[in-house]
Design a protein around this ligand. Structure first.
Ligand code: HEM
Length: 133
């Protein structure tokens, strides 16, 4: 599988960008009162993109022989992915008030952005590493 490492990584990063972009757009539309952002085709597109993201991530772990439970930056990525999905779901539908949806939307985007920097830095501190040093 290592022979396809670069291609798999490209698919992972493309799915990452598509996932973040689509969530940012749908969240902004929901907060603007545009309920069509929750229409079935967009929901299924989002599930498909997230499945591709995770499948490519698992393939990368296999290709690189990495265990995410003993590699701190990967453990953090996993935890942040769960937080991103939970906060995203609250922002798009489950939170009761508009204020809670706004807070969850911003928190989900922050999780996503920080995960990106953790991935780039290969370090759990992500972008904070260079800001703190
Ligand atoms: C929102 C969630 C995620 C984001 C934003 C994200 C982002 C990225 C980015 C930008 C890269 C390319 C890094 C580089 O080339 O410098 C990458 C690579 C990678 N990601 Fe993710 N990722 C996410 C979820 C995950 C998850 C859940 C896992 C598995 C635990 C994972 C495992 C990996 C691995 C193994 C690589 C390859 C690292 C390497 O080439 O050394 N990612 N990710």
């Amino acid at each position: 599988m290592i022979a396809y490492y670069l291609q798999i990584k490209m698919v992972h990063v493309a799915a990452v960008l598509a996932s973040g972009g689509l969530f940012a757009l749908r969240g902004a539309l929901v907060l603007a009162g545009q309920r069509w952002a929750m229409a079935a085709p967009l929901r299924y597109l989002s599930y498909t993109i997230d499945t591709v993201l995770l499948t490519a991530a698992l393939m990368l772990l296999t290709a690189l022989k990495l265990n995410p439970f003993v590699t701190p930056w990967l453990s953090l990525k996993l935890a942040l992915l769960v937080a991103y999905v939970v906060l995203g779901s609250l922002a798009l539908k489950r939170a009761r008030s508009r204020r809670a949806r706004v807070v969850c939307y911003l928190a989900a985007l922050a999780c996503f952005g920080f995960t990106y920097t953790v991935a780039r830095a290969h370090h759990p501190l992500g972008i904070l590493q260079s800001l703190l040093s």
